[in-house]
Design a protein around this ligand. Structure first.
Ligand code: C2E
Ligand code: MG
Ligand code: MG
Length: 756
């Protein structure tokens, strides 16, 4: 609140109270020198009458509850009487100048501030004039003319004060009203809301400037009735707006709160929030008054958030949650009679991990975006493409004429991805594997996705760029695989693994001599002997191959060292490695430790790795292989010819032995092309000063062929099937003495067959 002095100045300015104005007021009341002179001549008598008047006034006031309480305060009455006395003295004496006027205004202001109503003021003046009228009449009863003159002067002086007081009160009221209006206007401006009032009975609308500006309207185009306004709301939301208004008018809702769109003068839709509450005016008429807030920004944010929650940030495609929703809608449609066919495709990029890891995530992201675009182009409106994160996409095909169409679309997608993708400065060949599952309308969306995923798993098992359809046997296989995984996870601790050994034989001039053994892992699942092709991939997937591989290494080294001591000195021990093992930090040290523990010389150990392992791995693999080589361990490249057979690997990695895959050897004698390939591999190895071992020798023809090509090392059923340590020992002993290789055939027949 401004201080009283400032308020006084403001008031003085507002009332225009300058000397001229004061003079004019005095003239209006016909107050001049004669009046002053008249009063001045009878001051002592009038002062006395004033004292009586004050006593009577306070008696009168003490009859009123409000004032009685104030006057009852100790000492209050005396103080107030003193003030009143001083005031009356001044009223009689003047001078009625600016000083006098300011004092009057100040008293008026103070009383207004204290909440003394004007009625008290005016009543007090009336009491005073009434009392003085009678008192003067009585006192000067002998001089009625003088009495009349004196009273007339008093009346003028009192009215001078009354008008000043009344003006002060009115101006203070005006100021308060103005302040309140200013406050209101400021709040409205600050809120940036439009205001509106609807006169219910008259159906007339009053809209603020801001209301109109929000819609780009001017006063001439302002809606005049509620229907005019409703016409700006899109039809689909209009009925609900009217219903919301009605609900509030009828008292079913405590206030009106409605969010809808409004069409602005440019035809655009903006989101607004309409709020109002009903009031009754002085005449009992109903007014619905409230605000209009532009909430377009909030709506946009809400929509963006809703979109984000349901879409993948990278590609903008529906995410897992949204696909689930779309799928469940599709399933509901499928469950209805007469529904056409629908299917889910689970799509996975082949080798995407490699792209991501070798070229970086930015390139990976570009690839994903382009793949998404290409897949999208293969779909019809109404089909949906979603991304489940990583390189997994899901397509929902709806409304197909026949189930086969899903396959056709899948092939179209594969075809669309045949051409390289340009990511930055690179051209990348990508391919996808696709699992297809029909939507039957039976299970839920999770079932549909699981079925498509199972089909994808099958497709991946076939290799890259394959397509597989879901059928019920896949589910069975998956269950079996799960059972297998569970059983396998306990195989090591239950001691169910066993190593079989197969001799590696050096052949020269028709004589054979064993130079080593390859340790081959077997799993006894109860009575059943399971082949490594069936369980090694499972161990690799779960990561357990690391622990199992270490067991194999320790077991094989222990066994071969034992054979060394039993007279088979120099026998080499070949152990297969999985890429996971090689990736383990400190793998070379672990090998060194095992060699030390088992006392096998490093030169007796051969570690077999495959091309695919080299393809996937980076500089760490090379470093590990170099470390192993420096220890004296030899490295063999297994299954050569089945992978990419890049000659670069032979040059780049420390490799000592090439193992020609058995698929070449099996058919080589009768197939000219395979013959040429085998010949080339053998020549290559010899040229690079590497030993070449031919795998899978089963027949004398194959032996002849290899012999002719100058391949000295062989391994195969012809000499012996892989057998347990116990069973292979006599075979090794016999093969350790140089002998004619034709004799080996007998052992092959005796070897136990693996249960598949
Ligand atoms: P591989 O390293 O190429 O092993 C040679 C495979 O050829 C063995 O199959 C062996 O039984 C089979 N074989 C040998 N001679 C002949 C023959 O004359 N004819 C035919 N048809 N096959 C012959 P196996 O023991 O079933 O092992 C399969 C694969 O499992 C191995 O291929 C190797 O890649 C993997 N493996 C075996 N043991 C281990 C292991 O301890 N660790 C790892 N990581 N992989 C292993
Ligand atoms: Mg091998
Ligand atoms: Mg092999």
């Amino acid at each position: 609140m401004p201080d009283l002095k400032q308020q006084l100045l403001n008031m003085q300015r507002q009332l225009g109270l300058n000397p001229n104005e004061v003079r004019e007021r005095l003239r209006l009341l016909l107050i001049g020198e004669p009046e002053f002179a008249c009063l001045a001549a009878h001051l002592p008598a009038l002062d006395r009458l004033h004292a009586d008047c004050i006593d009577a006034l306070f008696v009168h006031l003490s009859r009123f509850e409000g004032s009685a309480a104030v006057l009852a305060e100790p000492g209050r009455m005396e103080r107030l009487k003193g003030q009143q006395q001083a005031y009356f003295r001044q009223l009689l004496r003047g001078p009625y100048d600016m000083q006098y006027v300011r004092l009057r205004v100040l008293v008026g202001l103070t009383h207004e501030r204290l909440g003394v109503d004007l009625k008290w003021y005016l009543s007090a003046f009336h009491f005073y004039l009434d009392f003085m009228h009678k008192a003067i009449g009585r006192h000067w009863h002998a001089e009625p003319k003088l009495a009349e003159q004196l009273y007339g002067c008093l009346l003028k002086a009192a009215f001078f004060d009354i008008t000043l007081t009344a003006d002060t009160y009115i101006a203070a009221d005006k100021q308060a009203l103005q302040a309140s209006e200013d406050r209101y206007a400021r709040a409205v401006r600050g809120a940036n809301d439009g205001l509106w009032e609807w006169h219910v009975e008259e159906d007339s609308l009053h809209l603020s400037e801001r209301w109109l500006a929000m819609l780009g309207l001017d006063a001439s185009r302002a809606p005049r009735t509620l229907d005019d306004w409703a016409a700006l709301i899109p039809e689909s939301q209009r009925g609900r707006f009217m219903a919301a208004v009605q609900a509030h008018l009828e008292g079913r809702q405590p206030f009106l709160h409605y969010e809808c769109e409004l069409r602005d003068s440019w035809g655009r839709l903006i989101w607004v929030m309409i709020r109002a509450v009903m009031a009754t005016d002085l005449n009992g008429e109903h007014l619905l008054a409230g605000s209009l807030t532009d909430i377009s920004q909030r709506k946009q944010t809400e929509e963006a958030l809703a979109h984000q929650a349901l879409h993948d940030a990278l590609t903008g495609l529906p995410n897992r949650q949204q696909v689930g929703e779309l799928l469940s809608q599709a399933l509901q449609r499928q469950a209805k009679p007469g529904a056409r066919h629908a299917a889910v495709l689970f799509i996975d990029l082949d080798r995407f991990k490699l792209i991501n890891e070798s070229l970086g995530h930015q390139t990976g992201d570009q690839v994903l975006i382009q793949v998404a675009k290409r897949i999208e182009r293969c779909l019809r409106p109404g089909d949906h493409l979603g991304r489940f994160g990583g390189d997994e996409f899901v397509v929902l095909l709806d409304d197909m004429a026949k189930p086969l169409d899903a396959e056709l679309v899948s092939k179209r997608i594969m075809h669309a991805l045949q051409y390289p993708i340009i990511a930055g400065s690179r051209r990348l060949a990508v391919s996808v594997s696709i699992g297809v599952a029909p939507l039957t309308g039976r299970g839920n969306e999770q079932d549909a996705l699981r079925e498509a995923d199972l089909a994808l798993y099958r497709a991946k098992a076939f290799g890259k760029g394959q397509l597989a359809l879901y059928n019920e046997s896949l589910q069975e296989e998956a269950t079996q695989r799960l059972n297998l995984e569970n059983a396998l996870s306990e195989a090591l601790s239950r001691d169910q693994f066993e190593l079989y050994y197969q001799p590696i034989v050096q052949v020269s001039a028709g004589r054979a001599q064993v130079v080593g053994v390859e340790a081959l892992l077997r799993w006894w699942q109860g009575e059943r002997l399971v082949s490594p092709d069936q369980f090694i991939p499972v161990l690799e997937e779960s990561g357990e191959i690391v622990a199992v591989g270490e067991w194999v290494l320790r077991q094989a080294c222990t066994q071969v060292h034992q054979w060394h001591q039993q007279g088979l000195a120099g026998l080499r021990c070949s152990v297969n490695l999985s890429s996971r093992q090689l990736q383990e930090p400190g793998f070379a040290e672990r090998v060194a430790l095992i060699l030390k523990e088992t006392a096998l010389p490093a030169a007796s150990l051969v570690l077999e790795i495959t091309e695919s392992l080299l393809m996937r791995d980076g500089p760490e693999t090379l470093a590990t292989l170099r470390e192993l080589e420096s220890m004296g361990v030899r490295i063999a490249l297994d299954d050569f010819g089945t992978g990419f057979s890049s000659l670069g690997y032979l040059h780049r990695y420390p490799l000592h032995i090439i193992k020609v895959d058995k698929s070449f050897i099996t058919k080589a004698p009768n197939d000219e092309r395979l013959k040429a390939i085998s010949r080339a591999i053998i020549g290559l190895g010899r040229g690079l000063d590497m030993d070449v071992i031919a795998e899978g020798i089963e027949t004398p023809e194959q032996m002849d062929f290899l012999h002719n090509e100058g391949c000295q090392f062989v391994q195969g059923y012809w000499f012996s099937r892989p057998q347990s340590a116990l069973a292979i020992h006599p075979v090794l002993q016999r093969l350790s003495a140089i002998e004619q290789f034709e004799e080996g055939e007998q052992e092959a027949v005796q070897a136990p067959a693996i249960v598949q």
